[in-house]
Design a protein around this ligand. Structure first.
Ligand SMILES: *Cc1c(COP(=O)(O)O)cnc(C)c1O
Length: 220
């Protein structure tokens, strides 16, 4: 994947977003498992918002780049173990994956300790899949309220990853409905295969990896 190709891909994704959105949409470029030269090409093209799903991998990719790009915004989009909460709070700017009480408590404690009060999203398991993390749809409102009132977390919205083998539309619609019920403005939904559709259902933030960077490298 050449530097030019990454720039063309980015422009293409941005124009597709513009075509379907009436409100501003945040493009989170998902850089997990991508080689350095592709990341640098995206930075060179002006992209500043990136998503990563593993804390360790994100630290090795972004800790040193922070110095050169003070306007970076890093989103954590993958499951977080409570014992990594300290590192996650120190590195990331948005935590999209608040998915259980124990993690909410650990994040609140770390944010207080580091005096870094990051915006957080609650991950909702819209497909109620066994293997997927996230709060059940019917428990979302109570959990969001608990995170806000008990833990003092700054919950700005909801995030979901629809089941791979289903039409995503009903999941996007459900997440939008839940966010409205909770009075939350941010909706993180839509990936390379379906971000335009997610936007038509109200996504304010889309997480796009392979459509920008090409296929990911296997993990070591
Ligand atoms: C990897 C990942 C993405 C990006 O997926 P693409 O299909 O490559 O766009 C989006 N969201 C989450 C949570 C991911 O883990």
């Amino acid at each position: 994947m050449s530097t030019d190709k990454i720039k063309t891909n980015l422009a293409d994704v941005e124009s597709k977003i513009d075509k379907v959105s009436t409100e501003p949409v945040t493009l989170v470029a998902v850089s997990k498992q991508q080689p350095d030269e592709r990341i640098d090409a995206a930075l060179d093209a002006g992209q500043r918002v990136f998503g990563e799903n593993r804390v360790q991998e994100a630290m090795s990719r972004w800790a040193h780049r922070r110095a050169s790009y003070p306007d970076l915004t890093l989103h954590l989009i993958g499951p977080l173990q409570t014992n990594k909460a300290a590192e996650a709070v120190a590195l990331f700017d948005v935590i999209e994956v608040v998915d259980r009480e124990k993690l909410a408590a650990a994040l609140a404690k770390e944010m207080a300790k580091q005096d870094r009060h990051l915006p957080c999203l609650v991950q909702v398991n819209t497909g109620e899949e066994e293997q997927k993390s996230g709060i059940r749809p019917q428990d979302t409102k109570t959990f969001v309220h608990h995170c806000q009132s008990h833990h003092g977390l700054n919950i700005t919205g909801l995030m979901c990853i629809p089941p791979a083998d289903e039409e995503p539309a009903m999941h996007f619609a459900l997440l939008a409905k839940l966010a409205a019920e909770c009075g939350l403005p941010v909706l993180s939904m839509g990936m390379s295969g379906d971000y335009p559709e997610a936007i038509t259902f109200g996504a304010t933030s889309v997480r796009v990896g392979s459509a920008i960077f090409g296929a990911r490298l296997p993990r070591q």
